[in-house]
Write a protein that binds this ligand. Structure first.
Ligand code: COA
Length: 374
């Protein structure tokens, strides 16, 4: 008996992320710490440290880690050259995975997989992801590059490089929280892809490229961009129910709804993101949140599905002034901490991931040379 889509199959052991449904409530923990506590008290750098090293840092360890990341943010001129030469119609996720490959080609330790070297690569990728995304966006829109600023923490610096102005406190806190919520999620498709690549002893850049390519699909991280398209199409809350009804009648999927693991329970990240989306709506533009609420109500009424992490991300990003086609990249800016932690865990206790397929094709066919075929 095969489980379609490997549903509920335990494919590896991991100390990084716990997802469990207990008494009808979903638990999500990074290294044993509840996501709601991290959302309330932590910052992205602390969460990245926790995922990579397995423990919360002391105050001085966190300050040192932040400084190390800040120090690694700038891109080599060759990567800036690449961003300049890619056609401006290139999707920013394609740009990101191309730049990761290029970074790999410049690392003389690319094939070293010791714990120390892997941690160095992970820090460099976490630090450089935001710069790649912000630089490419400014280049394609004909704006001057805004170089990283050491005075700003990770989330603030990204918004600063993207928009070219000091971000508001509300925007910084919102993005920081969003990155925390996206930092890891056990064996989601992109992390699994990363672990499969790492299990062949492929280098970290190759493993992260595998993850980045996998994230882009609309059934995974690509959903948030599709949610925004839907919000724009619906345009006003009163049109939501009719829109959802028509989509369901056509047997189409409503993006941002449903989840392989959280079937009847709300994804804990969605709970946090909904509060965040409402807060931003109250302080900035309420429209996207209001349409989102109307869609969520209609989808629940007509199909019984709950929103997932990508649903409220869309209105959050819109209110942060992030262009729609950067939404998947923002997911990646958070998830890179989880991907690298999983790759390192895979290297540390590796066995090739190589499952089997149940063969369902034809058998024992007689080969006829091409000249003799009709
Ligand atoms: N819109 C409409 N129907 C949906 C749906 C959606 N977003 N997600 C699931 N369903 C329905 C399926 O049609 C199916 O209904 P049926 O039993 O009446 O045929 C049922 O729910 C189960 O769907 P299934 O495809 O088996 O679920 P899955 O676990 O394989 O898929 C997702 C999980 C996330 C891929 C799926 O929910 C989806 O496509 N969501 C939209 C994309 C998205 O938001 N992705 C981000 C995930 S974080």
């Amino acid at each position: 008996m095969i489980k379609s889509g490997m549903e509920d199959v335990i494919a590896c052991q991991s100390d990084i992320c716990r997802i469990e449904i207990e008494n009808g409530r979903a638990i999500l923990e990074y290294r044993g710490y509840d996501i709601h506590d991290l959302a309330k008290h932590s910052c992205y750098e602390e969460v990245a440290y926790l995922l990579l090293f397995g423990e919360l840092p002391s105050k001085s360890e966190l300050e040192y880690f932040k400084a190390e990341l800040a120090d690694k943010r700038e891109l080599p001129p060759q990567i800036i050259g690449l961003l300049t030469h890619l056609p401006p119609i290139t999707h920013p996720m394609v740009v990101l995975r191309t730049a990761i490959s290029y970074l790999g080609s410049m690392d003389k330790y690319i094939h070293h997989r010791s714990y120390e070297k892997s941690i160095e690569k992970a820090k460099s990728l976490i630090a450089k992801f935001p710069t790649i995304v912000a630089y490419y966006h400014r280049i394609r829109t004909g704006q001057n590059l805004v170089h990283p600023n050491d005075d700003f923490d990770h989330a603030a610096n990204f918004l600063y490089m993207l928009h070219g102005e000091e971000p508001s406190w509300t925007s910084i806190k919102a993005l920081d929280l969003d990155l925390i919520l996206h930092a890891d999620h056990e064996l989601n498709a992109s992390t699994f892809a990363a672990r499969i690549a790492a299990s062949t002893m492929a280098d970290m850049y190759a493993s992260v490229v595998a993850a980045t390519g996998t994230l882009m699909g609309p059934l995974h991280g690509g959903a948030a961009q599709k949610v925004m398209e839907m919000l724009r199409e619906v345009a006003v809350p009163w049109r939501a129910e009719e829109y959802v009804k028509e989509k369901l009648e056509r047997k189409e999927r409503i993006m941002g709804f449903g989840h392989r693991v959280y079937k009847k329970t709300m994804d804990p990240r969605t709970i946090e993101l909904k509060v965040l989306a409402k807060k931003l709506a109250d302080e900035k533009e309420p429209k996207w949140y209001e349409i989102s609420e109307a869609i969520a109500e209609a989808v629940y009424k007509l199909k019984g599905l709950l929103p997932n992490v990508d649903f409220y991300s869309a209105s959050v990003y819109a209110n942060l002034g992030i262009p729609d086609d950067l939404f998947i990249n923002i997911f990646a800016l958070g998830r890179i901490a989880g991907w690298t932690a999983h790759i390192i865990e895979q290297y540390e206790n590796n066995r090739l991931i190589r499952p089997r397929a149940l063969y369902t094709g034809g058998k024992n066919k007689h080969y006829v040379p091409i000249e003799e075929r009709d």
